[in-house]
Design a protein around this ligand. Structure first.
Ligand code: HEC
Length: 187
């Protein structure tokens, strides 16, 4: 569709020859789409919404900083299981690995809670926030975390989100507690 519209524009602009060759190319919609998404990822992640960042920063200080640190620095020795055999809260800044997860995955971790599968206990060391935070608030706090990453990490996380999925659509998210997500975390 975009190609057709572009071809139309070019034709309208009098570039009949380019218009014709685009008309031929539009017969291969798939390769056009692939080229489109590659061009998009080269362009880099879209800028963060400053209002979401600011809202997220406040939520972070209130609900997350006690474990993950005031500046997202995490707990000491976060890579080593503690005396209970549980992993301490990791950093969310450039030293951690939060940036390796897609928006969809980060949303699920915050909403449903999380524990490393190799923890010795079954305790949800990362608490579930779905009863305390709205879907918008979860999105905002994750948006704030993105300000703690390097441009390369932001780029990686953005590409990961293109492949593995973004935040739930507002309508789907408003009916909280998606059954599928809860089941996946239950074991
Ligand atoms: C009671 C302490 C505690 C609080 C409060 C807490 N977390 Fe966590 N969080 C953890 C722990 C511990 C882990 C690591 C769990 C594991 O891997 O076993 C974790 C893991 C995470 C992860 C996964 C990171 C990764 O790289 O795998 C995310 C994302 C996260 N927390 C976000 C948040 C956000 C956002 C908040 C505030 C809304 C928050 N956490 C509040 C303890 C906490």
């Amino acid at each position: 569709m975009a190609v057709m519209r572009l071809a139309g524009l070019l034709l309208a602009g009098g570039l009949v020859l380019s218009g014709l060759s685009l008309g031929v190319a539009s017969g291969h919609e798939e390769s056009d789409a692939a080229e489109g998404s590659r061009a998009l990822s080269e362009a880099g992640p879209p800028p963060l919404d400053p209002q979401q960042v600011e809202a997220g920063r406040k939520i972070y200080q209130k609900y997350c900083a006690s474990c993950h640190g005031a500046r997202g620095e995490g707990q000491p020795n976060w890579e080593t299981p503690n005396a209970q055999g549980e992993l301490p809260a990791p950093p969310h800044n450039a030293e951690g690995h939060t940036w390796k997860h897609s928006d969809a995955m980060l949303y699920r971790m915050v909403s449903e809670g999380w524990r490393d599968p190799f923890n010795k206990t079954r305790h949800l060391t990362m608490p579930a926030f779905r009863d305390q935070l709205s879907s918008d608030e979860i999105r905002d706090v994750i948006t704030y975390l993105k300000t703690l990453w390097t441009p390369e990490q932001r780029q990686f996380q953005w590409e990961e989100t293109q492949v593995r999925g973004g935040f739930p659509a507002p309508s789907a998210a408003s009916t909280s507690q998606p059954d599928g997500a809860r089941k996946q975390n239950a074991d």
